[in-house]
Design a protein around this ligand. Structure first.
Ligand SMILES: NC(=O)c1ccc[n+]([C@@H]2O[C@H](COP(=O)([O-])OP(=O)(O)OC[C@H]3O[C@@H](n4cnc5c(N)ncnc54)[C@H](O)[C@@H]3O)[C@@H](O)[C@H]2O)c1
Length: 306
């Protein structure tokens, strides 16, 4: 088997070494195409490979057409909108992502922003501590679970709401499962968002919901900007000067947030939750392992195309 790592923006060397170890231990050959720049180089490199590991690289119909021996593409990371899934399916190619590999990175960033918010953005004034405060985890998926784990170290009182995850799974982790999203917001001093952007969640973080938070509430968003109803959040923060909003996904109305809510608002300049060396290493090695178990055991656990 020939496994191609095609990364215009390369992995760190330690990640490539880890991938190579997995691939060679399985008796397969690793081919590396880094910083290829032009698509023609990618089209040439894919010709005789059976599997490809990519990052944000574009894999479209033309690439699939050139890759006659291809059986599987793994996107080392969570989002896979850079792969043409319909073309993959039409040619019988399996596409996978590597979910969960960046969850700790995102969870740590959420806490970095939380501490910054309750310490008044380090402006020299006296803030508050997280210990003993009620934390609401809005969606108990890969990131939400890591947030719960870290929150225990901070000594927080942890609550969670997830529309699909059974209560028993949440409570097994020592986290209180609440019955509604409204209950989560009315209970918690800090709410950390970990919902995906779906038709149900889009714009769902609105005036009525956030207004349920107790005095001094902090809303932390490391999820997606689409879930926030920005106009309603702005209106609410104008009325409730006790509320703070910190986000890893810059709102469309960033300028308005900046000008209106000095000392109560922060956004990272670009999404940074998953941007750690470890997250990239984990995702690369997971991709290699998934390819090996796909060929050896027929495992399609993380397949994203039907
Ligand atoms: N900031 C970053 O760099 C970064 C990195 C990775 C992921 N993310 C974002 O973080 C979020 C969570 O990622 P994840 O890896 O934990 O995803 P995940 O798929 O593991 O978990 C999502 C959870 O949301 C729950 N859910 C779905 N719809 C819901 C609803 N309407 N109400 C309540 N719960 C609902 C699901 O049951 C699931 O448990 C996503 O929005 C993802 O895009 C951001």
């Amino acid at each position: 088997m020939k496994i191609l790592v095609a990364t215009d923006k390369p992995f760190a060397k330690v990640a490539v070494d880890g991938i190579r170890k997995e691939v060679e231990a399985a008796g397969y050959e690793l081919v590396l195409l880094e910083k290829y720049g032009e698509k023609t180089k990618l089209l040439e490199a894919v010709k005789d490979v059976n599997a490809i590991i990519i990052r944000s690289d574009i894999i479209d119909a033309e690439v699939f057409d050139a890759a006659k021996e291809l059986k599987i593409v793994v996107r080392a990371g969570a989002g896979y909108d850079n792969v043409d899934l319909a073309s993959a399916t039409a040619r019988g190619v399996c596409v996978m992502n590597t979910p969960g590999q960046n969850s700790n990175a995102v969870a740590e960033l959420a806490f970095g922003m939380m501490v910054m918010a309750v310490r008044n953005f380090y402006n020299g004034t006296s803030g508050t501590e997280l210990m003993g405060k009620k934390l609401g985890i809005h969606a108990y998926g890969n990131v939400g679970r890591n947030v719960a784990r870290v929150a225990k170290g901070f000594g927080m009182d942890i609550y969670a709401f997830d529309a699909f995850c059974p209560k028993e799974v949440i409570e097994k982790d020592g986290v209180k499962a609440v019955s509604s999203v409204e209950e989560l917001y009315s209970t918690c001093n800090v709410v950390s968002l970990h919902i995906p952007a779906t038709p149900e969640t889009k714009n769902s973080i609105n005036y009525a919901l956030v207004n349920k938070m107790p005095k001094g509430g902090v809303l932390v968003n490391t999820a997606r900007k689409e879930v926030i109803n920005e106009a309603e959040l702005i209106k609410l923060m104008e009325e409730r000067t006790d509320l703070k909003y910190v986000t890893d996904i810059m709102p469309a109305a960033n300028d308005e947030f900046v000008s209106k809510f000095e000392g109560r608002y922060f956004s990272t300049p670009k999404k940074m939750g998953a941007q750690t060396a470890e997250a990239n290493i984990n995702a690369g090695i997971a991709a290699a392992k998934q390819i090996v178990s796909f060929f050896k055991d027929g495992c399609e656990k993380f397949r994203v195309n039907k």
